[in-house]
Design a protein around this ligand. Structure first.
Ligand SMILES: CC(=O)N[C@H]1[C@@H](OP(=O)(O)OP(=O)(O)OC[C@H]2O[C@@H](n3ccc(=O)[nH]c3=O)[C@H](O)[C@@H]2O)O[C@H](CO)[C@@H](O)[C@@H]1O
Length: 359
């Protein structure tokens, strides 16, 4: 069978798509996957490196734009629609799955118009406008959190969870851990693009960590723009840290971490629960409907994570939270246990099984 996975833009949309591709390809040597994304999305940079086939189409958002930009964007979507039709005629897929992001809509609408079975996957508790609209025309909707169900037509909606890449799932199954001697592994990352606010807060926290800072093994993902500033900031304060613009091997990064400091994007949440990691979440405050805060709260109320809101984020506060958890391994162990109990490990299998049956 042939499957098109359309969408991306950010890692939170693309990586669940990759997890579905891994599962679909593992089910039969004759199965084929084609990704369809946009030139500016993370997919254009990552997928060729991973060996996946990718076609690029024209598409962009419209939210918050003036009239001229909206018209230009509508033109790009129309062009993307005709590009999608060409791709569909050439690749002849049996199934098309939209994972969110700009390329989803033109491809799903074109596939629907040609009578091909279409599906969407929603990672978040509160879906965006595009997925809400698409849900009325697709054959199936897969959701990651129960809270999303009320936004979609009941009969076609299935709760599957958010698919996780195999290399990360394997690191959970092997219980690969971490602590070496009396050092403490701290993984800092701000979603797929990095987070400047978290970068700055970490550098400001260092002076408040006292002697403990020499025990830290820090891996810090900064995003493209901030890597030099953060690297220099650690160096100037005499702290050993591996500073990267992007972490290619998240499985190893999670494996080496005793504590994770991160945003609360839906795919991040799926992964840290699968890996059973103790986390301090700093939700991105401008995500649609403040959904990152809702994501983090659902873990915090189960003692499966701690949260600092950006409005309360200072170096001193962050250092106090880190020190508290470093000094109380039993609290970290409790967070880990509770996080692991929330993991949904078979989302990719559930999605592929449902798409193949519906076919
Ligand atoms: C600002 C914003 O609106 N962000 C949204 C975006 O987040 P974003 O794209 O940041 O996605 P998530 O935080 O959900 O996931 C990040 C993904 O990137 C991977 N990763 C991250 C850093 C790195 O160096 N290497 C790496 O591989 C992680 O392992 C994970 O798979 O999509 C998510 C899923 O729709 C939403 O929940 C988020 O709210």
């Amino acid at each position: 069978m042939r499957l098109i996975i359309a969408g991306g833009g950010t890692g939170g949309h693309l990586f669940p798509g990759i997890a579905v591709a891994e599962e679909f390809l593992a089910r039969g040597a004759e199965n084929e996957v084609l990704f369809v994304g946009t030139e500016r999305g993370i997919e254009a940079r990552l997928l060729p490196k991973l060996g996946y086939k990718l076609e690029l189409i024209s598409a962009s958002g419209m939210k918050g734009m003036g009239t001229v930009k909206k018209l230009l964007s509508a033109g790009r979507l129309l062009y993307g629609y005709s590009q999608s039709r060409k791709i569909l005629k050439t690749f002849k897929p049996d199934l098309v799955l939209g994972v969110g992001g700009y390329a989803s809509a033109p491809m799903l609408l074109a596939a629907r118009g040609m009578g091909i079975r279409t599906f969407i996957h929603e990672q978040n508790a509160a879906p965006g406008l595009t997925n809400k609209a698409l849900s009325r025309v697709v054959d199936g909707i897969f959701i990651s959190m129960e809270e999303a169900a009320s936004f979609f037509p009941g009969k076609n909606t299935q709760m599957t969870g958010n698919p996780i890449r195999k290399e990360i799932l394997w690191s959970f199954q092997e219980q690969r851990t971490k602590t070496t001697g009396d050092t403490f592994g701290l993984l800092v990352f701000g979603g797929s693009a990095g987070a400047q606010r978290i970068n700055s807060a970490m550098l400001e926290a260092i002076p408040h960590l006292g002697e403990v800072k020499s025990k830290l093994r820090i891996t810090h993902q900064t995003g493209e723009k901030d890597v030099a500033r953060v690297r220099e900031g650690y160096q100037a304060q005499g702290v050993q840290a591996q500073v990267l613009s992007f972490i290619d091997n998240m499985s190893a990064a999670y494996g080496a971490a005793d504590l994770v400091l991160c945003r609360a994007g839906a795919t991040t949440i799926a992964e840290v629960t699968a890996c059973g990691k103790g986390c301090i979440f700093i939700p991105y405050p401008f995500a649609a409907d403040d959904h990152q805060k809702k994501n983090a709260e659902s873990l915090v109320k189960r003692d499966a994570g701690r949260m600092i809101l950006e409005e309360d984020l200072t170096g001193e506060h962050l250092a106090a939270e880190i020190l508290n958890l470093m000094n109380h391994p039993e609290q970290v162990a409790e967070l880990e246990k509770n996080a692991r109990s929330l993991a949904q490990l078979d989302a990719a299998q559930a999605i592929v099984a449902a798409m193949v049956v519906k076919n």
